[in-house]
Structure formats: structure tokens, C-alpha cells
Design a protein around this ligand. Structure first.
Ligand code: SAM
Ligand code: SF4
Length: 345
């Protein structure tokens, strides 16, 4: 197969994506990253979009086998932030010039329809900022209410497009339901993010190719691809973490296939690989999601151990992030960073 021709193919097949994921020679892998960088530049430009993340509750009623927040993990101390604390943190994010916040939590229905609506409305009333929700699978009516309240985007990773593995990883939940939620969110007009983990037990490169094609079929606005990192006191605690290079290759292949989507250089990648963030940004990524969860809580949102930046103060972390971005010759966006699909229309 001629690699250059393949990298310029507008419509890669499953086998061709697998071929890219299996590349081993250094020069060929560099070619893959270079092409992903070109496609990123063409469809998304040079700006890097920041999303300030607030992890406001680590309570979860689900039992995903891979996640440190799973309900059956009795070893972690649970917390919930108040509405005032969440709104105050949104203000801090805004004061750093960041124009998107991500409200993330376990599936925690103590934050009911009205409470989440109130938080969204209160933030949108005061600040010109986009809101991404990442609250797991909630009710269809709730999604609708939160859209009315002003939410802009929803991040709900499909985790794996392999039905059998999905049921295994998510304690018998169904991939078809996840897909229905994702489709409904799109129908409501949310900009939708999905994505998957790399290096999960029993996962093959064919599964990863299917994950990328799943994102294509769903026409997502963002694809978040991160390495799996084993968390203590979970069924997968003794597994190996996902491979950083395979994660980078998957992100690059996703960029070439999906083109006009946002792709984050994730904290998980940065946690297992020195300069993981930079490598991601050089190979197709265009988004960074700095953590603004206040200090007393941040250390308790233990999806996985060894999260980079867990002790950093927001101000210092932000300054260091700016330097890292400038060193790449890129610049931080001052816009809300809506989906490239919307902005190119
Ligand atoms: N509860 C919501 C949900 O599941 O969509 C949002 C919070 S959940 C902690 C956010 C993401 O964390 C998941 O979509 C999953 O991909 C990721 N995650 C969970 N456990 C992980 C692990 N051990 N390693 C890497 N990422 C993980
Ligand atoms: Fe809960 Fe999300 Fe973790 Fe699953 S991945 S256990 S839904 S927080």
C-alpha cells in the first residue's frame, strides 16, 4: 500500500484505518502525524481551544468496570459541590479568558433537572460562555430542559463501539441505548462529543477502527480518544494502561477520517506520557481541557490515579499551559470554539 496515497484518501475503510494503526516504522508514523496535522490546520486552523473543566460530584450510580468513580468503589471519599461553588468556579474560568466550561460528574441524580437548569441559567446569565455537560446518561426530558436553560454541548463518550465489550465494560448496559441518547442529543441541537478509550481489556485495533467510524457515522462535533489507565479498587486494577503511541496514532487516524471535529489532547494522555499533550497537539489535536475543580475536591475525583496537574493552582497551571502552547507556535483561542462544522457553514 502506498502510504502517501492512503493518507490522502478522503474515505478510509476499516481495513485502511487498521493499517494506519498498525504502522511501526518511525518515518511512517511521522508521516501519519504530519498528515493529521495538515488536516487539522485545513479544517480547524491553528488555534487551540481551552475548555475549563469543573468536576462537581464524584457520586455515581453506575458501575463501569474501568472507572475509579464506580458505585462499588467504597475506597474513595465522595463529594458534591454546591451550586454556588460551581457558579463561582465558572466565574474563575471566565476570568482566565476561557470561553467554554465543562460541567462533569458521575451519574448523580441528586443534581436533578431543576438544579442543573438553575446552574446553567445562572452561569449563562452572567457570563458569555459556552457550557458543555458531561453528566452521563440522563433523562430525555432533562436533556431538553438543560438545552432550554442554555447548555450548548454534551459530551457522552460511547467508550467502545463493540457491543459485547460495551456490555462487559459497563456492567451490562447496552450500546444501543448509548447510541439512542447520542442521537437524541444531536436532534435537540446540542454539539455532541463522543469517543473511546485505548488499551481496554480484550480490545483490538479493529475495535479502534470501528470507534473512529462510529464517530464518523454519528457525525460528532468532538471525538475524545484517551488511554485507559487502571484505577485501584476496580475490576481492572491490575491491567496495563493503554499504549501512548497507539493512542496518538488513533487520534491522528481520527483526525484524517473525521476532519472538521474538535479533538482534545487529553489529560490522561499527558498523565502517562511526558509531553503527551504536545505530541497530541502535533498529531491532529486542537483542544485542551484544563482542570479547574477546586482544590479540596480535585484530589477526590479519582477516575484513574496519577492525573497530571492534580496539585497545580489554576493560575500557575494556566501560565504554564500558555507557555507550552506558544512553544508549539500555536495560539490560544479567545472564542467559544464552537464546532468547526457550525463555524464553516
Ligand atoms: N459519568 C459521565 C460519563 O461516564 O460519561 C462523565 C464522567 S466519566 C468519569 C468521564 C470519562 O472518563 C468517561 O467517558 C471515560 O471515558 C473516562 N474514564 C473513566 N475511567 C477511565 C480510566 N480508568 N482511564 C481513562 N479514562 C477513564
Ligand atoms: Fe460513572 Fe462515568 Fe465512571 Fe461510568 S465512567 S462509573 S458513568 S463516572
Amino acid at each position: 500500500m502506498n502510504l502517501d496515497e492512503l493518507l490522502h484518501n478522503e474515505n478510509l475503510s476499516r481495513d485502511e484505518i487498521v493499517y494506519l494503526l498498525n504502522l511501526e516504522r518511525r518515518e511512517e508514523i511521522s508521516q501519519l502525524f504530519q498528515r493529521a496535522d495538515e488536516v487539522r490546520k485545513k479544517f480547524c486552523g491553528d488555534e487551540i481551544h481551552l475548555r475549563g473543566v469543573i468536576e462537581f460530584s464524584n457520586y455515581c450510580s453506575c458501575n463501569c468496570l474501568y472507572c475509579g468513580l464506580r458505585e462499588d468503589n467504597f475506597s474513595i471519599e465522595r463529594f458534591r459541590m454546591t451550586a454556588d461553588e460551581i457558579i463561582g468556579t465558572a466565574k474563575l474560568i471566565y476570568s482566565h479568558g476561557i470561553r467554554t466550561i465543562v460541567l462533569q460528574s458521575g451519574e448523580d441524580t441528586i443534581y436533578d433537572t431543576d438544579l442543573i437548569s438553575f446552574i446553567i441559567y445562572s452561569i449563562k446569565k452572567e457570563f458569555d460562555i459556552a457550557i458543555t455537560l458531561s453528566l452521563g446518561q440522563r433523562g430525555f426530558q432533562e436533556y431538553q430542559s438543560w438545552k432550554y436553560a442554555g447548555a450548548d454541548r454534551y459530551l457522552l463518550k460511547h467508550e467502545t463501539a463493540n457491543e459485547k465489550l460495551y456490555e462487559k465494560y459497563r456492567d451490562n448496559l447496552k450500546l444501543a441505548d448509548r447510541l439512542n441518547h447520542l442521537r437524541y442529543l444531536k436532534k435537540l441541537g446540542y454539539q455532541v462529543g463522543s469517543g473511546n478509550m485505548i488499551g481496554m481489556p480484550l480490545q483490538t485495533v479493529e475495535d479502534i477502527a470501528d470507534d473512529i467510524l462510529f464517530c464518523k457515522e454519528l457525525d460528532v462535533d468532538m471525538a475524545a480518544i484517551c488511554p485507559f489507565i487502571p484505577a485501584p479498587f476496580t475490576p481492572y486494577q491490575n491491567r496495563k494502561h493503554g499504549d501512548a503511541l497507539l493512542t496518538l496514532k488513533s487520534m491522528a487516524a481520527a483526525r484524517i477520517v473525521l476532519k472538521d471535529v474538535h479533538i482534545p489532547a487529553t489529560t490522561a494522555l499527558d498523565s502517562i506520557e511526558e509531553d503527551g499533550r504536545e505530541q497530541g497537539l502535533k498529531g491532529g489535536a486542537n483542544v485542551i481541557m484544563p482542570n479547574f475543580t477546586p482544590m479540596p475536591y480535585r484530589g477526590k475525583y479519582t477516575i484513574y490515579p496519577g492525573k497530571r496537574g492534580i496539585h497545580d493552582e489554576p493560575k500557575a497551571a494556566f501560565a504554564s499551559l500558555q507557555k507550552r502552547v506558544e512553544a508549539l507556535g500555536r495560539k490560544i483561542s479567545v472564542s467559544k470554539g464552537d464546532s468547526p462544522k457550525l463555524t464553516s457553514e
